[in-house]
Every structure is written in C-alpha cells, then in structure tokens.
Design a protein around this ligand. Sequence first.
Ligand code: IMP
Length: 179
Amino acid sequence: MKTQVADLTFELSIPYASIEKRVGEIAGQISSDYSGRIPVMVGILSGSFLFVADLVKQIETPIEVTFAKLASYYGGTSTTRKIRDDFDLTIDIKGRDIILVEDIVDTGNTMHYLIEKLKVREPASITVCSLLLKPDALERTIPELKYTGFEIANEFVVGYGLDYKELGRNLKGIFKKVE
Ligand code: IMP
C-alpha cells in the first residue's frame, strides 16, 4: 500500500496489527518489571503520542504519565544533529523510576542528550522504551534502551506518530520512503 506525504511517496512497512501486538508484549514486560513500584513514563513529543497512548492502556501496574518535548529533525529526512528543547518536564523526578518513551532511536544523540540532562536530577533509574530502532544508524550505545518494538533498516519512515514535514503522524502503520 503506497501513500503520499508532502512531496514524498511511502509504502507500508509495519502494519498496525503488528504494532498492536508488539505494544501489548512491551506493556506486559513493563508491568512485570515495575510491579510494586510506581514509575513515571515520560513520552517524548511529538512523535511518541500514539505509542504512549496505546502502551499505557495495556500496562497493569500503577504508572504516572507525563511528556517532554524535544525536536531534532526540523522537517527533513536526515538528522541535523541539532536538538531543540521545546518544553521540559514539569515534575520532580528525584528518586523516581523513569521510563523515557521515544518513537524512534536513530543516531541515539537525542536520547543521549536527554538522559545526561535528566541524570543530574537524581532519578532512582532511567530506562528507554523506543518503538523503532535503526541499529545501523546508531552512533552511541544507549545502555538504558531496554524495550524496543522493532529494529528497522536505515531508512526514513513515517506514520503512527512519526512525521515528515509535520505530516503523516496520523497514518495507522509505519510507512517507509520509496526510493
Ligand atoms: P536521533 O537523535 O538521531 O536518535 O533521532 C531521534 C529523533 O529523530 C526521533 O525522535 C525522531 O523525531 C527523528 N527521526 C529519526 N529517524 C526518523 C525517521 O525515519 N522518520 C521520522 N523521524 C525520525
């Protein structure tokens, strides 16, 4: 199935049914890993909004949910390496178990930046949950990355929260750019 987003053409790569199944598995893992604790899930906007929504619906342990906003792509199809802090966490995370939820880890620079920034606030722990990971694009190891939905090739994708020029976030599955 092909679709047009702004000036680019994309084709279906991961259907929503597969995402739904995998999100359920991750939610089960998080529920058992954090049983007896009350973690704080921090969705990184804008890309993670659908993933966070689907994930928390299936988490069975008490959990707080909040958001922070970072931007690192500025509308293109490759990283600019510039990270813009749009809005910060509004809660005190000292002593708390933090689960950062990202749409995608590409070079890993955004996650590295955020983790270093949050460590100074002395949380009890930080783990990262990313729907997608591009292993071939990784420039840093992210030891905190504990939950990954799908590993994908080094290709540009949209849908299920991910955008191209702010469009395509509403596509139900993950679509990859047609060369
Ligand atoms: P990183 O800092 O290179 O790991 O990039 C992470 C951020 O870049 C993600 O949160 C996305 O906003 C954006 N990004 C990376 N790859 C893609 C992609 O294939 N499609 C859309 N956005 C992407």
